[in-house]
Design a protein around this ligand. Structure first.
Ligand code: SF4
Length: 385
């Protein structure tokens, strides 16, 4: 008989499961706390549950973590885990400790179908969506491992960023219950401001997330005009920048923070010129989106054919944005020595959609110098601002 993995359920789902077992809903809250707050996976440990319920759970349910294939710890304290998600696929999660927070970067898919040029996950192609339980299992394992490892009794992970492998908004139905579990006071109790969904710009799902489960949002922008973004983030051909920025504005009505973070990976000679900074400033002003910029030093990998922008150029770019009144930070690279830095998560993925092949073809047909493109004015650009 197959049993249900209880990591798949948010509290509402667990209550429905308990009801099916003929149990009162409040039992679900007790069970939820045992699993997520205390890291329990053995029902016999859950001594405040009635013996009859524990016996029912033993035959109908399980709490099953993802097998850990590897664990690497960086000199700077960053820890990267590679989890087996079956069928030859693996995904990664990364813990990044800082003085005032502990951040876990979580994967949402095995591989990714978006195929951004500067991203090693994108170059692998896409295998499958993770289930809610597989997303939550990364946090469940990391939190309870770290408490033991660091000999802490209180919570270690204060922030979650959905910035690992995959485009979270292309796995929406699994993502939302996972986010609800992260936020639930009977589980991890994370603040909405400290859970961030990072998207390459799936416009309809940005709108849905705003009403279903508004958390902080980061948008992988990476280019100031459609011509360049079409090349770097292919999803832009479907949802161009103007539509994306308007969706960001709508999202801010619901968001727990009053700004969107725009991620901008600095690519040598591609998107890092003074002209690009000017275009970005104009773009943000035109659309009136409240935002911050996070400039990311690119982590080169051979298949990308791209290079990291020199640091003086990154700083000059940051200065130009800052002087225009845009709050701009430059991301510190962490976990470089264990390939845990942004864009380096590679896992091991079967490319079922042949996305990697399509990327290689695209690369071959676009191997030409990239020129600066003016901001494309389209009829969808709002003139309101
Ligand atoms: S940057 Fe994100 S959306 Fe783009 S290919 Fe990588 S994982 Fe996918």
């Amino acid at each position: 008989m197959t049993t249900a993995n209880l990591l798949e359920f948010d509290l509402e789902g667990l209550a429905a499961f308990c009801e099916k077992l003929g149990e009162k809903k409040f039992r679900a809250t007790q069970l939820f706390r045992w699993i997520h707050q205390r890291g329990a996976s053995d029902f016999t440990q859950m001594t405040d549950l009635a013996k009859s319920l524990r016996e029912k759970l033993a035959t109908t349910a399980r709490v099953e973590a993802l097998p850990v294939l590897t664990q690497h710890e960086s000199k700077d304290g960053t820890i990267k885990w590679l989890f087996d998600v079956g069928d030859g696929n693996a995904v990664e999660a990364v813990f990044i400790p800082e003085d005032d927070r502990g951040t876990l970067c979580v994967s949402s898919q095995a591989g990714c179908a978006v195929g951004c040029r500067f991203c090693s996950t994108g170059h692998q192609g896409f295998s499958r969506n993770l289930s809610t339980g597989e997303i939550v299992a990364q946090l469940w394992f990391a939190e309870h491992f770290l408490r033991k490892h660091l000999k802490r009794t209180e919570r270690v992970i204060s922030n979650v960023v959905m910035m690992g492998m995959g485009e979270p908004l292309q796995n929406y139905s699994a993502l939302v219950p996972a986010l609800r579990t992260m936020l639930d006071d009977n589980a991890y109790g994370l603040s909405r401001r400290r859970v961030t969904v990072s998207t390459s710009g799936v416009v309809p799902m940005i709108d849905r997330l705003g009403t279903d489960c508004a958390v902080a949002m980061a948008v992988s922008l990476h280019a100031p005009n459609d011509a360049l973004r079409d090349d770097l983030v292919p999803l832009n051909r479907k949802y161009p920048i103007a539509e994306l920025l308007e969706a960001c504005k709508r999202y801010l009505v619901h968001a727990p923070r009053d700004f969107i973070t725009f991620e901008y990976c600095m690519l040598d000679g591609v998107n890092d010129q003074p002209e690009h900074a000017k275009q970005l400033i104009e773009l943000v002003r035109t659309h009136g989106v409240s935002c911050k910029f996070n400039l990311i030093p690119f982590n080169p990998f051979p298949a990308s054919g791209l290079l990291r922008s020199p640091q003086p150029r990154v700083l000059a770019f940051a200065k130009a944005l800052s002087e225009a009144g845009l709050v701009t930070t430059v991301r510190k690279t962490r976990g470089d020595d264990i390939d845990a830095a942004c864009g380096q998560l590679a896992g091991d993925v079967k490319d079922r959609t042949r996305a990697a092949e399509r990327m290689a073809q695209r690369r071959a047909s676009s191997e030409r110098p990239i020129v600066l493109h003016p901001v494309r004015k389209t009829s969808t650009v709002s003139q309101e601002h």
